[in-house]
Design a protein. Structure first.
Length: 389
């Protein structure tokens, strides 16, 4: 009499914990069917989800048609022993049997005990070489060691020979995972008839003014409405030269205010515009005075959307300071600037993964407007690793 096979999905913070849960409930001979990284909620912490089953039941001397439904199919993953996993495939069966072992090759409808040593040698050497190469690329892109280790373990746990066919295949597999861990905002609704008023906030030197020019040019070309720019200038530094040049070229309406009580009048003069962009002054996260002025000005400007501009050249600690300081203003999304200077988003991946603010745009140069790129999960994943699939 055969014992029914049980299948269950386990979730844990790491693969090691998940495997311990599987061994505790199913025993050391459990079969791992699928392993994949997941998120808890939309912006939640990353987890690993492992689907496993009890050992395929077999009865000594049973007929082939009685147990054929319990035999591993091609590419089904079965855990051997307690720590090693292999993928069953027609090619693997021939390798295990060996050219002179006809007796082991005959019973194709029944699982036989398999020694892990049969799968060592050249196959493991190739797997290790590919893993090492891609791991070094990920570390070189600035990803944290713990993230690299977890994803390499997850890749090995899939036991899919296609993943480790070559370095390109492994990169492609990991890129598909990263796309599920980064968060992008939906594109701007340029066809909406409602007035669009977008404020850009962020630290000094983040590239807000250049981003304003790129966004204004994009709106001018992609919509029929007139574009206006409201520049908040509490230090009375005067009109930005670069914006002034584009203003004459593109025909934008322009207002500069230095005091809070001037904002209402400037917005009234810009009522002829369907699209208004608000250029706010840069603020240091530790400058309470500037942050208070920014809060008051945004309350008077009443933007329909607020974008947080963050330079991709900052480190993870600085990124978290920006998010904490400017997050109180309720930004809808984030613009990551200066990708051409940072070389990639690898060092910020854990921040982007855990951030509650999705990414709407990327900028990678000074050209207006071509260097303003709408963010997608695929583009973010490519910039995380600094290589494409």
């Amino acid at each position: 009499m055969t014992t029914p096979v049980r299948i269950k999905t386990f979730r844990a913070d790491s693969l090691q914990v998940a495997y311990e849960q599987i061994r505790s409930e199913f025993g050391p001979d459990a079969s791992v069917l699928e392993t994949k990284p997941i998120k808890r909620g939309f912006f939640g912490k990353s987890l690993f989800e492992v689907t496993a089953s009890t050992k395929v039941a077999e009865r000594l001397g049973a007929k082939a048609d009685e147990i054929s439904d319990s035999v591993p199919k091609p590419n089904e993953v079965v855990e051997v022993g307690t720590d090693q996993s292999i993928a069953f495939s027609p090619e693997a069966e021939q390798t295990v049997a060996g050219p002179s072992d006809e007796k082991r090759r005959e019973p194709k409808n029944r699982m036989e005990p398999v020694s892990v040593s049969h799968f060592q040698g050249n196959t493991n050497a190739k797997l290790d070489r590919i893993s090492q190469q891609v791991s070094q690329e990920m570390l070189g892109a600035g990803l944290e060691v713990s993230i690299v280790e977890q994803w390499m373990m997850a890749a090995r746990a899939t036991c899919d020979s296609a993943v480790f066919r070559d370095a390109w295949s492994l990169r492609s597999e990991i890129l598909t995972w990263v796309r599920d861990f980064v968060h992008c905002a939906p594109p701007l609704d340029l066809d909406s008839r409602s007035p669009l008023r977008i404020a850009l906030i962020g630290p000094t030197g983040a590239g807000k003014t250049t981003t304003i020019a790129k966004l204004a040019a994009t709106l001018s070309m992609d919509s029929q409405g007139k574009v206006g720019i409201l520049q908040l200038d509490p230090k009375n530094l005067g009109l930005c030269r670069s914006l002034a040049g584009y203003q004459e070229l593109m025909g934008w309406e322009f207002e500069v205010v230095t005091k809070l009580d001037e904002i209402a009048g400037a917005l009234e003069r810009l009522q002829v515009c369907d699209r208004i962009l608000v250029d706010t002054p840069g603020c240091s996260p530790s400058d309470r005075g500037s942050l208070e002025w920014l809060e008051q000005s945004l309350n008077m400007a009443c933007p329909t959307s607020t974008l947080l501009v963050v330079p991709s050249t900052c480190n993870s600690h600085t990124f978290q300071r920006y998010e904490l300081s400017f997050g109180g203003f309720g930004p809808d999304s984030m613009v990551l600037t200066k990708l051409d200077e940072s070389g990639g988003l690898g060092p910020l991946f854990s921040c982007l993964q855990n951030s509650s603010i999705p990414v709407s745009f990327l900028t990678n140069g000074q050209h207006v407007p071509s260097d303003l790129i709408p963010a997608t999960n695929a583009r973010l994943a490519q910039h995380v690793f600094s290589f494409t699939s």
